[in-house]
Design a protein around this ligand. Structure first.
Ligand code: ATP
Ligand code: MG
Length: 442
């Protein structure tokens, strides 16, 4: 969208109460070409009807850092129902946090949220945890309940200026991550912010301000108070961001991995130096693959993390490794509410690795394994293992050329065995097509 188009669409600016904010003209930093035309249209439409509206959060941060934003969020003083009345294609979502998803013509989703105020926490028990977050407020109040100063910037696309109540712009320029407000309170009222902090510093290469880091460490023990689904979601966002290796190392240093992924923490503590190295080599290989902005499922991520634990290529130890993997997945499902589909997908991806290595026969011939519905995902896990260990380069090359490797002499049909209760489809651990439900049995 050009300046001309924008000013043609623009209506007079609503009176903004930004006296207390620093405004920074950033025309030279953010160009209109970098903005999302649909997001700007949403801002302008809200303003046309007399509401305040800005771009906010991650998109402003990323634009100022010359990075491509993942999505564009909008904050406004219009209430959810008022927002809904202005956009034909939208829907109200969220229970804890009501907001509106506005769909563009191409079906892209823009999150439009109403300014919130600090909901206030019950101080009596010393429990600061935020349990509801639906108190509407002003633009400034909205910024103050956001997590980090670098995420608390508004961008006014009409005036091309940043509205900064929290000194976030200077932190951005310094490369500093700092909570908005008292770090101890901010971490304890929502310990998920520990994971978010780790994600932002690893992704942006920022430093954490020492009091913020101290508060993260102090709030680690409160992590189990958060909803498991939010923790799992943030954990996978972290692992999916191409920064899994530094992030896992930081979570270990904080003492958080023990609570977030208990069996992985135990494994890393008990592992030999060589196993630990191979584990982190797998994580690095996955990071490199994801760093190009590529995407993969949570099952693939977990499978890459579990490759060393479940090493499917160790023929002599396959039963033992399989048991270990099953124990891991069971624990993750029980203790951190890992979705069943992720556990099941991970197990299946590991189970089929031996077909890719030519160590196991496939029903109808190995060439048919290419038709397996998760073939591409299985190949990605196989490739990660290859990059991490140097094993199976020939097999990988052959698959990539559209052929299949020769079966190893040791490859036999899997024994037909009655599936054990643990492996039965009823508990969600069904084997993929062509795979007998006998673990890694050859
Ligand atoms: P990304 O680019 O990875 O999506 P983001 O900063 O946009 O990063 P989101 O999870 O999309 O992160 O959240 C959007 C904005 O909402 C954040 O920038 C922040 O201002 C606010 N926010 C999100 N989660 C929290 C939280 N737990 N506590 C306070 N503010 C939050
Ligand atoms: Mg975002």
């Amino acid at each position: 969208m050009t300046d001309v188009e924008l000013s043609a669409m623009a209506t007079p600016l609503v009176e903004l109460d930004i006296a207390q904010a620093q405004t920074e003209n950033v025309k030279s930093v953010i160009e209109y070409g970098q903005l999302d035309a649909d997001a700007v249209r949403i801002v302008l439409r809200l303003r046309q009807y007399g509401y305040e509206a800005y771009l906010v959060g991650g998109c402003v941060r990323d634009l100022l850092l010359q990075r491509t934003p993942k999505d564009f969020d909008i904050a406004t003083n219009a209430r959810p129902r008022q927002i809904r009345a202005l956009f034909r294609n939208c829907r109200l979502i969220g229970r804890r946090f009501r907001l509106v998803h506005v769909f563009s013509r191409q079906g892209r989703i823009f999150e439009v949220s109403t300014f919130r105020a600090d909901p206030g926490t019950s101080q009596e028990s010393g429990d600061l945890l935020i349990r509801r977050d639906n108190v509407f407020g002003s633009a400034q109040e909205d910024v103050c309940r956001r997590d980090f100063t670098i995420n608390g910037l508004f961008f006014d696309p009409q005036a091309a200026c940043i509205i900064d109540f929290v000194d976030g712009y200077s932190d951005l320029k310094k490369g500093l991550l700092r909570t908005i407000g008292d770090p101890e309170i901010r971490m304890r009222e929502d310990p998920v912010r520990i994971l978010r902090a780790v994600r932002f510093v690893c992704k942006l290469g920022f430093e954490i301000e020492p009091p913020t880091y101290a508060a993260m460490k102090a709030a680690v023990g409160d992590l189990p108070k958060c909803s498991s689904s939010r923790l799992v979601e943030e954990m996978f966002r972290l692992l999916r961001g191409g920064i899994a290796k530094p992030a896992l190392q930081m979570l270990m240093a904080l003492g958080a991995l023990e609570l977030l992924f208990p069996p992985l923490w135990r494994f890393l503590n008990e592992a030999t130096e060589e196993e630990r190295e191979t584990f982190f080599a797998c994580v690095s290989a996955l990071d490199t693959w994801l760093a190009d902005g590529k995407n993969c499922s949570d099952a693939v991520i977990l499978a890459c993390l579990m490759m060393v634990v479940a090493n499917p290529f160790q023929l002599e130890q396959q039963e033992e490794n399989m048991q270990k993997l099953q124990g891991f997945l069971r624990e993750l499902k029980r203790d951190i509410c890992l979705p069943k589909r992720v556990a099941e997908g991970c197990r299946n991806l590991l189970l089929v690795q031996r077909f890719l290595a030519g160590q196991r026969k496939y029903k109808g011939g190995l060439h048919r394994f290419r038709e397996y519905v998760f073939f591409e995902e299985a190949m990605l896990v196989f490739e990660v293992w290859n990059v991490a260990t140097g094993q199976f380069s020939e097999e990988l090359r052959v698959w990539k050329e559209g052929r299949e490797p020769a079966l190893k002499a040791s490859a036999k049909r899997p024994k037909r065995r009655k599936p054990s209760a643990e492996l039965s489809p009823e508990n969600g651990l069904a084997a993929p097509d062509g795979v007998q439900d006998s673990g890694f049995m050859a």
